[in-house]
Design a protein. Structure first.
Length: 209
């Protein structure tokens, strides 16, 4: 999957790094997991991990973040996910750390045994440790070889996980579609977001609708 331009990445990195925020690749990993998760993860759940408790200050910030998420979702669906170069071990570690933040925090994901097994290589990469170092998992190869192969196969693992959890996503989408439509007053752009984030609707869920 084609990455964003250098100028766009620089703008995003500036946005993320305010007040000690995450790296670009950690955010990419986090959003790869958000797009893969077996349930819809709303912006108020993951956005604080990206920008802290701040509001997105400019329309451009919202547009860039939405563009990044769209690129990530398109890449997963085309089976060409956005991932860092395998040779950049630190970028891979950051990516997998962001991914596992979402995967380990989601109870629906944790209950899927197949998905948990497939996340094991990502957990090793996130922690920079081979199977033997994590305790109860004997190394299939030596740890260094396992980690190198896991970095090289990162894109394939993400695609496999996206497929594995696809049925759960579809079931949730069907359940959501069967719910009766809301008949109350429409939320205004400047009203508090109904998701409960405390942000204005236009700077929260509306931006990602």
């Amino acid at each position: 999957m084609q990455d964003m331009s250098a100028a766009e990445r620089e703008k995003l990195q500036t946005l993320f790094r305010r007040e000690g925020g995450p790296s670009y690749w950690r955010v990419v990993g986090l959003l790869n997991a958000v797009a893969t998760a077996p349930r819809m993860i709303m912006p108020h759940e993951w956005l604080p991990r990206v920008i802290g408790e701040r509001e997105l200050d400019a329309v451009q910030d919202v547009q860039l973040l939405a563009q990044l998420y769209d690129a990530i979702l398109t890449g997963l669906e085309a089976e060409r996910p956005l991932v860092p170069p395998a040779a950049d071990a630190e970028a891979v570690r950051e990516h997998c750390a962001g991914y596992m933040q979402i995967a380990m925090a989601d109870s629906t994901w944790r209950e899927d045994e197949e998905a948990k097994v497939k996340c094991f290589a990502l957990l090793c990469l996130a922690q920079g440790k081979g199977p033997s170092e994590l305790g109860n998992f004997p190394a299939i190869h030596d740890d260094a070889t396992f980690l190198r192969e896991a970095r090289e196969n990162l894109a394939e693992v993400l695609v496999d996980l996206h497929r594995t959890l696809g049925e759960a996503r579809e079931l949730q989408a069907l359940a959501a579609a069967s719910q009766p439509r809301r008949t109350g007053p429409q939320v205004g752009r400047n009203d508090p977001c109904p998701c409960g984030s405390g942000r204005k609707y236009k700077k929260c869920c509306l931006a990602h609708a």
